[in-house]
Design a protein around this ligand. Structure first.
Ligand SMILES: CC(C)(COP(=O)(O)OP(=O)(O)OC[C@H]1O[C@@H](n2cnc3c(N)ncnc32)[C@H](O)[C@@H]1OP(=O)(O)O)[C@@H](O)C(=O)NCCC(=O)NCCS
Length: 220
């Protein structure tokens, strides 16, 4: 039953300026991983498996396949959150804050923010932010949106500017970075050892493009 006192009613958040202008309620937000998103996460994970990209969810890195995710989802969520723990600064050189993009209660994608570029790989090829949208929800503007929300989060974490990288042939990602104000710095060829370490089988040279986004302006 609705609470008759308007001050007690929780109103949906309007988070996009475009939506606010149009008076449209927008239920898209970044949330810390939680067990309540289990069902839609598993649908997304299955779609990532089909395109051989489950690593976008960090599951393989943490030792999970889809079967183990189904069995031990709560532990997976806990493991993901541990990546942001301060103790990781000593063991790995950086923390990784993982957020899920949620629309209307449903898992849509993931972004990870690494405030410290604490390894040679991160400072050269990885950058501060990674993101992915589950395959069955692409080309609907979520990619552009997840980076915009991740930049707000970086601002909250006190970061002044962020490095974002993408493969030269990843046109959607390039468009997302440029739409969010990315300034191109340089392109680097990834050597074979690095390609292998990323789990890439291709023998083809890959160009990584490096972009910077200033966050000071967003705080004004
Ligand atoms: C890259 C990725 C996040 C894009 O997500 P998305 O939700 O499809 O992105 P958007 O809908 O916001 O689209 C961004 C732009 O790319 C275009 N685009 C997206 N997919 C496209 C495709 N397959 N072909 C052509 N254009 C495409 C969109 O039309 C849009 O163009 P616009 O700027 O003219 O509007 C998604 O493809 C993904 O998760 N890929 C795997 C992981 C990855 O590559 N992450 C990035 C690492 S740097």
């Amino acid at each position: 039953m609705l609470d008759p006192d308007p001050s007690h009613q929780v109103l949906p958040q309007v988070t996009s300026p475009e939506s606010a202008l149009l008076g449209v309620v927008d239920a898209v937000s970044l949330e810390t991983p939680a067990e309540m998103y289990r069902e839609s996460f598993l649908v997304g994970a299955t779609a990532f498996v089909a395109e051989k990209r489950l690593e976008s969810t960090y599951a393989p890195f943490l030792g999970y396949d889809v079967h183990r995710l189904r069995r031990e989802f709560g532990t997976f969520v806990w493991d993901l959150k541990q990546l942001a723990d301060d103790s990781r600064l000593h063991s790995s050189g950086y923390r990784d804050h993982v957020f899920w993009l949620i629309d209307d209660g449903e898992y849509i994608g993931q972004t990870s923010i690494r405030p410290e570029l604490g390894t040679p790989y991160l400072i050269t090829y990885g950058g501060h932010i990674g993101y992915s949208i589950r395959p069955d929800r692409r080309q609907q503007g979520y990619g552009r949106r997840i980076l915009s929300l991740a930049l707000d989060e970086c601002s909250r974490l006190g970061m002044d500017r962020v490095l974002i990288t993408c493969d030269e042939d990843n046109m959607p990602s390039r468009r997302i970075i440029e739409a969010n104000g990315g300034t191109f710095e340089s392109g680097l060829t990834m050597d074979r050892a690095i390609r292998r370490a990323e789990g890439r089988k291709s023998e083809k040279d890959i160009q990584k493009l490096r972009y910077w986004i200033e966050l000071r302006d967003r705080r004004r």
